[in-house]
Write a protein that binds this ligand. Structure first.
Ligand code: SF4
Length: 372
């Protein structure tokens, strides 16, 4: 699994804490550095065959065509991409045109993840998104007309301007498009974001937890009624259309992350690249990549297993827990989970433990109670 982080955006969305720059100053140097990083980290993954390639960011759709072409040329030079591989490209509505769709598809991109966020203009303005509703509709029409690329739509709920009525309409309007995949994220106020600054100054308001909870379950109800499978806390798909890439994260598969701020994981260790464009480029020139690299203890691996598996509808498989971890971890789990079951947070069947309906919204708390 390969992840490429494209660290540029046209405008800063106020809630965003991903790494990006609104200056395109280092665009060429960045892509050269990412290609070089791919070259010397090609052996990081044991399995050279890629089942999924994911372009995230930042805004991948901002990239110049020739630079994107260079990245694809490097991917094929250093890795073997399976014929059926899922190749996802995050695209924002304002960048989507017929020419771009055709070009992206000619490179092998077969899935777009489109940052719609809301169909309400006041909501988009509150988030400081650069696009408007008309651009979203045009972009979706173009992808639908093209017909050869699946797509996922990203939506955000729980902002100050998102009333329950607006949210329900956003979800219904999304369902009418019948995308293969839908991600619904709760708006959170992250450290060092413009949103946090405005909230601290009293210029914007944080929504009460009750509103976030209500909107989470409104989406769940509407989407599951429309035939979507709620397979992970924030993700829904039509049958058979789970995202290969995201599912791999939750199933603890190895991945190589290329680009500034990208994370990598190979079951035994985890590393982070520098989250600064100039520093990242310089570090690659000096043949260094990771800012931090850490070996994962069995305790870390167990905690991560509990946290990621519980986020999914498949939950924790008892057999897998017993086989993969030392006895003290499974003993701990089986002891502690009794309290969670009694409280109605976890359900148990013959082979698995999973979150109950009411605990989906408090997944992190429920998992941390089971940590070792
Ligand atoms: S939400 Fe996406 S488009 Fe907006 S600033 Fe963050 S990475 Fe860029």
């Amino acid at each position: 699994m390969l992840y490429l982080h494209i660290p540029f955006c046209r405008q800063a969305c106020h809630y965003c804490n991903f790494h990006f720059s609104t200056s395109m100053k280092y665009e060429k140097e960045m892509i050269q550095a990412m290609i070089k990083e791919m070259e010397y980290r090609r052996d990081y993954l044991e399995d050279k065959k890629l089942r999924s390639v994911y372009f995230g960011g930042g805004t991948p759709s901002i990239l110049e065509d020739n630079l994107l072409g260079n990245i694809f040329e490097a991917i094929h030079r250093h890795f073997e991409v399976e014929d059926e591989a899922e190749i996802t490209f995050e695209a924002n509505p304002e960048d989507i045109s017929q020419e771009k769709i055709e070009f992206w598809h000619s490179l092998g991109i077969n899935r777009l993840s489109i940052g719609i966020q809301s169909f309400d203009q006041a909501d988009l303005n509150w988030m400081n998104r650069i696009h408007n509703i008309q651009q979203s509709e045009t972009a979706l029409n173009l992808v639908d007309d093209f017909g050869k690329m699946e797509y996922s739509m990203d939506l955000i709920f729980g902002s100050e301007t998102t009333t329950d009525e607006i949210w329900i309409e956003n979800v219904k309007r999304t369902i009418r498009r019948k995308p293969a995949h839908i991600s619904c994220y709760a708006l959170t106020i992250e450290e060092n974001t413009p949103l946090q600054h405005y909230v601290n100054k009293g210029q914007k308001k944080e929504s009460p937890q009750e509103k976030i909870r209500t909107q989470f379950y409104q989406a769940r109800m509407l989407l599951t009624e429309a035939g979507y499978d709620h397979y992970e806390i924030s993700n829904y798909s039509l049958p058979g259309k789970n995202a290969v890439h995201n599912s791999s994260y939750w199933k603890s598969k190895s991945y190589l992350g290329i680009g500034p701020a990208a994370h990598s994981y190979n079951k035994k260790s985890r590393s982070w690249n520098f989250a600064n464009n100039a520093t990242y480029i310089k570090s690659i020139e000096e043949n260094k990549t990771a800012e931090v690299s850490e070996q994962l203890s069995e305790q870390d691996q167990y905690n991560e297993f509990v946290m990621t598996r519980l986020r999914t509808k498949w939950g924790i498989n008892k057999e897998e827990l017993i086989t993969n971890f030392e006895r003290r971890f499974s003993d701990h789990f089986f002891q502690e989970v009794k309290t969670s079951i009694k409280a109605g947070f976890i359900t148990e069947n013959e082979s698995t433990f999973a979150l109950s309906e009411k605990s989906l919204i408090i997944a992190d708390t429920v998992s941390s109670d089971l940590f070792y």
